[in-house]
Design a binder for this molecule. Structure first.
Ligand code: SAH
Length: 470
């Protein structure tokens, strides 16, 4: 059987507990944990235990629960919504379990799956939205780990957004006929300006925006220029991840790995505008036209670029085209390649005794006869991170040396920074052409030039020191 068609031994459901009695039997740490969990709900919490330890006592007070200093009788459990049992002894657990069964109340006995009618999930609370994670009692640590990831994914204000939706539900139903139009309204509501204001903490602004959206019939599209980071999935920002999941259309470059593009909604349309060898390249003008066309059709568009969108990403032209077409847009920053390359090799990009400035430079306009514009800065000790520099490495190095930069200036060449297949090479400026020539012609390569390369704490520095000593 494949993992996708395995069946669950449980059916996830959400119990209504508002104003109902939920009983916890036990006064130790386990009972305290259940009391704390239940205190996230509107249940009336009643604890049965001859004695409470400090944890349980504190949890009881915080949860405003009732304490009965005895073991429960059948009548105490009858009519309760749920019973949690953690008496601390197997015999005690079994007795209460039997009572709960007799009373017909679903029961959970902590750490005894064979005595459980239901499992306790790990909960993400964004009331009225709840996410519950369960591993059928097999791997509670995994459940907690998954829960932490979902916590990070769901902005705390998701609950506020759901609350606002509840408030407007009647008005929307009265104004927009059921069907595609209404679905579209809600899709926009949960992903557009209303959601953005809510996440920014501006609840009254969000409400005003929601009313405006209700008034205005036609939907307007929006473009987000999003930085995908250097390639590693976990270097994507939380905001980029959220915006991706809200996109109707994702327009991406070749350098953005598949694993990141697929973090978008499954039914989002993907348009690959990457320049690939042997394929007709999509021109910048065509890309601009695609963005404008998709936004005008009312879609939420994510323009996904590697690294940071504002660093050598031609974002300027795209923003100009969007502004000219009257389309709203925003920018989500990303980790640019130079930072990933430096981190990969533990190279300090600035250092008090070596370099007080950092330049993001491109090798592209450096293939003429003249020195690139940033050469003067390199001469005065600035660290230079060269993007798109592989093909022009030889020319850049020889002209920098001719202009007076020491041939022994340390350089690092980093291929596929932050990815699993990352490779780093180090050496001297006068060997840069040879080093760059040895890299994979299909992989992105970033070059760092400057004394800081040898001042790093990592393998790069030791390699350079060894080379210098030899
Ligand atoms: N906007 C991107 C840069 C796009 S230009 C950013 O901020 O990183 C493309 C160039 O970026 C490549 O030629 C290469 O020089 C560099 N680059 C992008 N990703 C890289 C990576 N993972 N490792 C090394 N260099 C990378």
């Amino acid at each position: 059987m494949t993992t996708t068609c395995r069946k669950l031994a449980v059916f996830p459901a959400f119990h209504k507990v508002s104003g109902k009695r939920v009983v916890v039997v036990g006064g130790g740490d386990e009972a305290a944990a259940k009391i704390r969990l239940l205190s996230e709900t509107e249940a009336e919490i009643v604890i049965f235990a001859p004695a409470l330890n400090r944890e349980a006592g504190a949890a009881l007070i915080a949860a405003n629960g009732d304490w009965r200093g005895k073991t429960p009788a059948l009548a105490d459990l009858a009519g309760a919504a749920l019973v949690f049992v953690a008496t601390g002894s197997e015999e005690g657990d079994r007795e209460v379990h039997a009572l709960a069964r007799a009373a017909g109340v679903p029961v959970n006995v902590v750490d005894r799956p064979e005595l459980c009618d239901f499992y306790t999930p790990s909960i993400v609370n964004r009331a009225p939205v709840a996410v519950a994670v369960c591993s059928e009692g097999v791997a509670p640590v995994l459940s907690r780990h998954i829960r932490a990831r979902i916590e990070a994914l769901l902005a705390p204000a998701v609950g506020d957004l759901a609350g606002l939706a509840e408030k407007l539900r009647g008005k929307v139903a009265a104004r927009i006929a059921p069907g595609a139009g209404r679905r579209r309204f809600w899709a926009r509501f949960f992903t557009g300006a209303v959601a953005e204001r809510t996440y920014a903490g501006d609840l009254s602004g969000a409400e005003a925006e929601a009313f405006r959206a209700l008034e205005m019939a036609p939907e307007r599209g929006h473009v987000s220029l999003v930085g995908a980071g250097p390639g590693a999935e976990d270097l994507l920002t939380l905001r980029a991840q959220r915006v991706l999941q809200e996109a109707d259309v994702i327009v991406h470059d070749r350098l953005v790995p598949e694993a990141i593009v697929t973090q978008g909604r499954r039914d989002a349309r993907r348009i690959d505008v990457g320049k690939q060898r042997g394929r007709h390249p999509v021109t910048q003008a065509e890309i601009n036209a695609i963005l404008v066309r998709e936004a005008k059709a009312g879609h939420r568009v994510v323009r996904l670029k590697s690294g940071d969108p504002l660093v050598f990403g031609r974002a300027g032209e795209e923003m100009e085209a969007l502004a000219a077409a009257g389309i709203s847009f925003d920018v989500v920053p990303g980790v640019t390649a130079a930072l990933a390359a430096a981190a990969e090799n533990r190279i300090p990009l600035t250092r008090r005794d070596a370099s007080s400035a950092l330049v993001f430079a491109t090798g592209h306009d450096a293939d003429g006869e003249t020195l690139p514009g940033w050469a003067g800065l390199a001469l005065s000790g600035t660290t230079v991170a060269v993007y798109m520099g592989r093909a022009v490495a030889a020319g850049v190095a020889s002209r920098l040396v001719a202009a007076g930069l020491a041939p022994a200036t340390p350089v690092a060449v980093v291929e596929n920074a932050s990815r699993r297949d990352a490779r780093s090479f180090t050496g001297r400026l006068d060997g840069l052409a040879r080093i760059a020539g040895g890299t994979d012609p299909d992989a992105p390569v970033l070059i760092i030039i400057g004394d800081v390369v040898a001042a790093g704490a990592g393998a790069v520095a030791s390699a350079l020191l060894a080379e210098a000593a030899a």
